[in-house]
Design a protein around this ligand. Structure first.
Ligand SMILES: *Cc1c(COP(=O)(O)O)cnc(C)c1O
Length: 405
């Protein structure tokens, strides 16, 4: 089914952002006439190598890094795995200590849990009700045997931006490698790796309007890290496997576009989001904003509605042509409430009533207006059939961050 104006509306950019036409165009020759292997020395190989070099330069420019510090991977998940396991294994002692947070993406949390099973020790820093990490808590967690600190730049669910500048400084003072999962932040906030004390930074192409199945890990020169894929020695020996040339060409184009348009797009998304949040909280009783009111990604709005299930909301909106999410796409299909919302102190039933709206560059006021027009009807319909309706609002103890209307 479709929206009132016969068009589907995509408000789920946190799950994946649609490829831009320029990106598809940049990739196209590498599927056909230029489909050489970048390691071959003939002309086909040389043109593939050129595409890989240009993609690497484009990524490096976006982050103000050196091209030699960009390692291409298969995506954000592999970049996180390489950063966490690669640095942990580099020490060749299975009893080191890792500091991370309670609200990381599973691509960081699961490798940490795996290493814990091998004998490593892991400290998971708790967060405030706004999902913020206190840098001093990171400092206090540091031990003599700490081998890695991994704290994300922006939360994938509620969009909270972490104080990575301070955490980076603390890590550097202690001589501990610092990894940040910047998959949600890259292309949305300026990142200057010449100034930021970050040793490893994960990126994923499909979260920034590039193709799926390609990502990168920034590895600062001199950082001790072992590969997790062993083979032909591609990517400076850190990531063997024949380069995904079309993917890299598209990723490079997406990085170039991000560099060109970031300021304008972010300002527009922030305006659209702020208006949308205000309207929703004004129009719908017992609704709340999850996450930090200001320290958050420009396009991210994360709501909570008492008495209803987020899944019902997502399906109801989908029938009206609007794509949203209950939280992270990764935990879809599981009945467990989001680990992020629970870490923020929300109760199970509060976490279940959440809705994530993530805007992107192609969204406009007309689409936001349609969403605001139809949402109250969807919410009240669900509340009518909810066994919880008529009870006390759940939000009354939902933490300081809740903005209640
Ligand atoms: C999407 C996401 C990932 C995983 O990236 P893939 O390219 O899908 O593997 C990792 N971390 C964060 C914060 C994400 O949002």
């Amino acid at each position: 089914m479709s929206a009132g104006h016969g068009k589907r509306i995509y408000f789920d950019h946190g799950a994946t952002a649609p490829m831009l036409p320029e990106v598809v165009e940049a990739m196209s020759p590498y599927f056909s006439e230029k489909s050489g292997n970048a390691s071959s020395i003939h002309s086909f190989g040389r043109e593939a190598r050129k595409a890989v070099d240009e993609g690497r330069e484009s990524l490096a420019k976006l982050l103000n890094a050196d091209p030699s510090e960009i390692v291409f991977t298969s995506g954000g998940t592999e970049s996180d795995n390489l950063a966490v396991k690669g640095t942990a294994m580099h020490g060749r002692r299975a009893d080191g200590h890792i500091i991370t947070s309670a609200v990381e993406h599973p691509a960081v949390l699961e490798p940490c849990a795996y290493l814990e099973g091998l004998g490593f020790q892991v400290t998971r820093i708790p967060v405030s009700s706004e999902a913020l990490i206190d840098p001093e808590a990171v400092r206090d967690a540091i031990r003599d045997d700490t081998v890695l600190i991994s704290i994300m730049m922006a939360n994938s669910e509620v969009g909270t931006m972490q104080p990575v500048e301070e955490i980076g400084r603390i890590a550097k003072d202690s001589g501990i490698p610092f990894h940040t999962d910047a998959v949600q932040a890259v292309s949305k906030v300026p990142i200057d790796l010449d100034r930021l004390d970050v040793d490893l930074l994960s990126i994923s192409s499909h979260k920034m309007h590039g193709p799926k199945g390609i990502g990168a890990l920034f590895v600062r020169k001199g950082t001790g890290i072992d590969p997790i894929l062993h083979g032909g020695g591609h990517e400076g020996g850190l990531r063997s496997s024949t380069e995904n040339v079309p993917g890299i060409a598209g990723f490079g184009k997406a990085a170039e576009i991000a560099r060109r348009d970031m300021g304008e797009v972010s300002d527009r998304m922030r305006g659209l989001r702020d208006n949308l949040v205000k309207e929703v909280l004004d129009e719908i009783p017992n609704s709340y904003l999850n996450g930090h009111p200001t320290k958050r990604l420009a396009g991210n709005a994360h709501f909570r509605f008492d008495f209803i299930e987020g899944e019902g909301l997502v399906l109801g909106l989908d029938m009206l042509g609007i794509a949203t999410s209950t939280g992270s796409a990764c935990s879809t299909g599981s009945l467990e409430p989001s680990h992020v919302l629970l870490a923020m102190g929300l109760r199970h039933e509060q976490a279940h009533g959440s809705l994530r709206v993530t805007l992107g560059r192609e969204n406009n006021h007309e689409e936001a207006g349609y969403f605001i027009d139809v949402l109250p009807g969807v919410v009240s319909k669900l509340r009518e059939i909810s066994p919880f309706s008529g009870h006390t609002p759940l939000g009354s103890d939902g933490g300081d961050a809740s903005v209640q209307r």
